[in-house]
Design a protein around this ligand. Structure first.
Ligand SMILES: Cc1cc2nc3c(=O)[nH]c(=O)nc-3n(C[C@H](O)[C@H](O)[C@H](O)COP(=O)(O)OP(=O)(O)OC[C@H]3O[C@@H](n4cnc5c(N)ncnc54)[C@H](O)[C@@H]3O)c2cc1C
Length: 389
């Protein structure tokens, strides 16, 4: 029976669009079970774009995926357990919480996004990833197959297409009319380089992990990365157009710093130093989300994972973990079911349950983090988490 199923799977062509954590994890777990797939990625190479900050990988989701992928030992060697330290301030510099992680303990160690991606890429057969393939559109065929069209002229006809193409998925419209909506939060991502050596005061304030300073519907959120940089998000609860209308030229970082500082005029100097000490480019971003609890009518030969399925704000810290959990659940479902469409349905039903819970949590945390009296309320939230652990 197992041989029959494996043979059937080998004859089916599976395409995964997007080489983010979700798509790569799916390809790796399928590969572990002898099921071939191809990952199409629009970026030209693994290094063609900066990969951003640090991610906490949770025991029951991201780490579960890495166990299934046979990569948990390599992950543990790379993970930063001290990155779980967390400090909470308000704008005056008053400290509300100072959590220090025990060495090699805790169930949410950190890893830089680029390091995680590299671990996954290196684990795959090099021929499994097609770089420089930007999907333009997908044509559903009458037999349940899909024809994938790429900007470079390549066309592929597949039995299963998995959309792992992130927030603005080009495949999602084939399953649902829902589109991401602006969450009410905009962020400016900046970096303090070589913090321990060049900026010891900021480094001491930030600690070995994350730091949140919250007040006045704004935030300065610092996160020490494995390469010694502090990735800083300046967060603003503002209308959607604000990044365009605020008068700040983000492509002129030195000028922009002065104007950004004005938005934190009455914040403690120690916190404003994050902005003063930033170097290099700035990355303005709007935070979008799909409707909480989004579902669609299952269709043959197509499904969504990760941000393509359930984009949410980063305030449950679940985005990458859910993308990797989806990959695991879908891969295992494909292995277990002889019929690929039953595999899709079983995965989707399971995914709706856990992802809607995280999406609710993420929305509630977003409101609290940028609401009134945010630092005190965030402390209560952290205490609630610890009391249920
Ligand atoms: C500011 C910010 C901070 C965050 N912090 C955290 C955090 O601390 N913890 C956490 O868990 N999550 C965090 N997240 C969320 C997390 O980054 C995402 O949830 C996660 O990356 C989703 O993985 P994915 O594989 O679904 O999609 P992505 O990582 O978005 O990958 C999608 C891939 O698809 C490719 N692609 C897109 N379109 C096409 C196309 N047309 N053709 C071919 N390829 C395409 C892209 O180039 C990309 O490589 C954060 C998000 C933001 C914006």
């Amino acid at each position: 029976m197992t041989t029959t199923i494996a043979n059937t799977k080998q004859q089916q062509r599976i395409a995964i669009v997007g080489a983010g954590p979700g798509g790569l994890t799916l390809a790796r777990i399928l590969q572990q079970h002898g099921v071939a797939s191809v990952v199409y990625e629009r970026e030209q190479s693994p290094s063609s774009r900066g990969q951003g900050g640090s991610l906490d990988i949770h025991h029951d989701s991201g780490q579960k995926a890495l166990r299934e992928a046979g990569l948990i030992d390599q992950f543990e060697a790379l993970a930063r357990y001290e990155g779980q330290d967390f400090r909470l301030f308000d704008k005056t510099g008053k400290i509300y919480l100072d959590e220090v992680a025990e060495p090699q303990e805790g169930d949410r160690p950190e890893i830089d996004r680029g390091v995680l991606r590299e671990l996954l890429i290196q684990s795959l057969d090099p021929a499994a990833i097609r770089w420089g393939h930007n999907l333009t559109h997908v044509v559903p065929l009458e037999n349940g197959q899909h024809e994938l069209h790429f900007e470079n002229g390549h066309i592929d006809t597949v039995n299963l297409v998995v959309a792992a193409d992130g927030a603005f998925s080009r495949i999602r419209p084939l399953l649902t009319e829902s589109t991401p909506a602006y969450s009410g939060l905009s962020m400016v991502e900046i970096y303090v380089n070589n913090a321990a050596v060049d900026h010891p005061e900021i480094s001491a304030l930030n600690g070995r992990g994350k730091m949140f300073a919250l007040s006045d519907h704004k935030g300065i959120l610092g996160q020490l990365n494995g390469d010694g940089r502090i990735c800083v998000y300046l967060a603003f609860q503002v209308e959607r157009e604000w990044l365009n209308t605020c008068g700040i030229s983000f492509d002129q970082p030195e000028d922009a710093k002065g104007l950004l500082l004005q938005h934190f005029d009455d914040w403690d100097e120690s916190l404003k130093n994050y902005i003063r000490s930033a170097q290099g480019p700035m990355f303005p971003r709007r935070i979008y989300m799909l409707p909480v609890g989004l579902k669609w009518t299952s269709k043959p030969g197509i499904t969504l994972i990760g941000d393509a399925a359930h984009l949410m704000s980063p305030f449950a810290g679940e985005g990458v973990n859910l993308a990797m959990l989806d990959a695991t659940e879908l891969a295992l479902s494909i292995i277990e079911h002889a019929d690929i469409n039953q595999a899709i349905q079983a995965y989707e039903e399971k995914m709706y349950v856990y992802s809607s819970k995280s999406a609710e949590e993420s929305q509630a945390n977003l409101e609290l983090t940028f609401g009134d009296d945010a630092a005190a309320k965030f402390l209560d939230l952290m205490n609630q988490y610890h009391s249920v652990e």
